[in-house]
Design a protein around this ligand. Structure first.
Ligand code: ADP
Length: 269
């Protein structure tokens, strides 16, 4: 393409420039490969629920005489359709993050973020008989994109519930340390083996495929968490021990208002 012909032309002029341009070609090829892999993996992941929806549709057609059977198939069909929807939303979020679209940054009350994310998962927690407990500080403020952050926090809460046993707790805590707001999600679930702890943040990586599929996982939740938090200049930390549980902590810059901001707030122009 274009870059290559520039490289050929440049070779005659300056060897250093050639190196630079070639390096750029390699980087572009690497990015192009990443994109191709992502599309291939994504298509594969979408085909599974799509195939299930179609099979369940057929099953409903042929079971039309037995209402109980029809209801059973319909329930499974709905679950697969929801999975398809969730997967699509996550793919959209990831590609937005990838495209480096500007974030809608503003001051975010952490209590609202946390309460909203907990409420959005109340039904999932009830169904799993897991109790969500809110702890730590109140009144913290951070600076970020509220939609993205609530999706990230929601993914952590959803995982904490999904990988827990009935009658256990999921804790959501807030702490401010030296200009950093830490939001942690702790579960008493299955935990994560040390070898998997870094890899689970990769797209489509699942530590336990069988269980993840049963829990309707997409393998994209933590990739979104990591990416979203990094875009905010923050980081994700993980502590986990198999059989004991896990704590995921997202660390984000605290919103600090300076005197000028305060004045502007008191006297809006
Ligand atoms: P999934 O949709 O499969 O949960 P994620 O990207 O959210 O995808 O998580 C990747 C993998 O990390 C999961 O499949 C699971 O193996 C592991 N995992 C994530 N959160 C937890 C947790 N709280 N406890 C145990 N394992 C977890």
């Amino acid at each position: 393409g274009e870059v290559r012909s520039v490289a050929v032309h440049a070779r005659a002029i300056a060897p250093r420039l050639v190196l630079l341009v070639l390096h750029d070609v390699t980087e572009q090829e690497r990015l192009a490969k990443m994109r191709r892999d992502f599309i291939a993996n994504t298509s594969h992941e979408l085909k599974t629920p799509a195939g299930a929806v179609s099979l369940l549709g057929e099953a409903i057609e042929s079971a039309a005489d037995d209402p109980a059977e029809v209801r059973g198939f319909a329930r499974r069909l709905r679950a697969e359709a929801e999975r398809l929807g969730a997967l699509t939303t996550r793919i959209m979020t990831l590609s937005q993050l990838e495209a480096d679209e500007p974030l809608a940054m503003r001051e975010v009350p952490v209590d609202e973020l946390v309460t909203g994310a907990i409420e959005a998962h109340a039904a999932q927690a009830d169904a799993a008989r897991v109790q969500i407990v809110r702890g730590g500080e109140t009144g913290a403020q951070l600076y970020g994109d509220p939609r993205l952050l609530s999706e990230a926090l929601g993914n952590l809460i959803a995982n904490a519930i999904a990988y827990s046993s009935p009658a256990t707790h999921v804790g959501v805590g807030v702490k401010t340390v030296g200009g950093v707001v830490e939001i942690s999600v702790t579960d008493q679930g299955i935990g994560i083996a040390e070898d998997d702890q870094e890899r689970i943040f990769e797209r489509f990586y699942r530590a336990d495929r069988a269980r993840s599929r049963r829990t309707g996982g997409t393998g994209l939740g933590l990739a979104i968490v990591k990416h979203a938090v990094q875009r905010h200049g923050g980081e994700v930390r993980l502590w986990s021990r198999p059989g004991q549980g896990s704590t995921f902590t997202i660390r984000l810059p605290q919103a600090v208002r300076d005197a000028a901001d305060e004045a502007a707030l008191r006297h809006p122009t």
